[in-house]
Write a protein that binds this ligand. Structure first.
Ligand code: ZN
Length: 281
């Protein structure tokens, strides 16, 4: 499942490829994704120019111009488990059963949204009402925004008797984190995934915010080099998932200098957590 760095990589790749293009036609071949694609989807987007492709949490936001609204229309997309966008140049391959939506752009190319498992979605919104959109309104701060601080994080978790692992996965505490990067960030911050939110000190919360940001930025940097291939070819994700310190590294020696620990895998709320019991306290 794509996490925030993968979505950011895809967003940057799509922006390079399709920002500035006009949507000449849109075919909705199948509406029943995780949420049904709105019936008015084609009429709302055909003829509009794509101004930018951006991200909020794990949502892709396609900002479109709109002569009727100064602030423009938005396409919101979520990749779910298996969703992907591919920008294709003619001669086009034949469309497959999982190519649910096809966007034809004024440069003669097409962008397909395919999703075999259909946990992804495509929806509509307005740029000036983004924060109130039903899919986005409960999302917490964006972890890569410089405005997200240890004080803010502490404010969200100080009264909670849940483990840090669960709190960081909670999208209202911080948006966009998934299982992989929560394990990696807690390792970098040397905090145990079992620690309760109410036990966190300010200095630790600040360390955790830094660790989350660093691990996401490192992953984006590693993925960025392959982003052009990503959206132009078959959608396979670049090589950055091979650099994990703890995720799926059980029984390996801890990579923190001088730590004699061994990475362990435990299950929290039905999901795997990886950590070093020796240096993560
Ligand atoms: Zn260790």
């Amino acid at each position: 499942m794509p996490e925030l760095p993968e979505v950011e990589t895809i967003v940057r790749g799509l922006h390079v490829e399709i920002a500035g293009r006009i949507l000449r036609d849109v075919w909705v071949r199948r509406r029943d994704l995780r949420l049904p694609i709105p019936r008015e989807f084609p009429e709302r987007v055909i003829g509009r120019r794509i101004l930018a492709v951006q991200r909020r949490a794990k949502y892709l936001l396609f900002r479109l111009d709109d002569p009727l609204r100064a602030d423009g229309t938005l396409i919101l997309a979520h990749l779910g488990m298996t969703g992907r966008f591919a920008v294709q140049t003619p001669p086009f391959p034949e469309l497959g059963a999982h190519d649910h939506v096809v966007f034809l752009t004024d440069d003669g190319r097409r962008t397909t949204f395919s999703d075999p498992r259909r946990f992804g979605l495509l929806s509509l919104g307005y740029s000036d009402r983004l924060a109130e959109h039903p899919l986005l309104k409960d999302l917490g701060p964006e972890p890569l925004d410089a405005s997200w601080t240890g004080e803010q994080l502490l404010g969200k978790v100080a009264a909670r008797r849940s483990p840090l692992k669960a709190l960081l996965l909670n999208q209202s505490v911080v948006a966009g984190l998934g299982n992989i990067y929560v394990s990696e960030a807690l390792f970098r911050a040397r905090l145990s995934p079992l620690r309760l939110g109410c036990s966190l000190k300010l200095v630790e919360a600040r360390r955790l915010v830094r660790a989350v940001r660093d691990v996401l930025q490192d992953a984006i940097a590693a993925g960025g080099s392959t982003l052009r291939d990503y959206v132009q070819a078959d959608g396979s994700i670049g090589g950055f998932q091979t650099h994990f310190s703890v995720y799926e590294q059980q029984d390996q020696s801890c990579s923190h200098r001088g730590c004699p620990g061994v990475i362990r895998r435990i299950v929290q709320a039905g999901r795997s957590t990886y950590f070093c019991p020796a240096c993560q306290r």
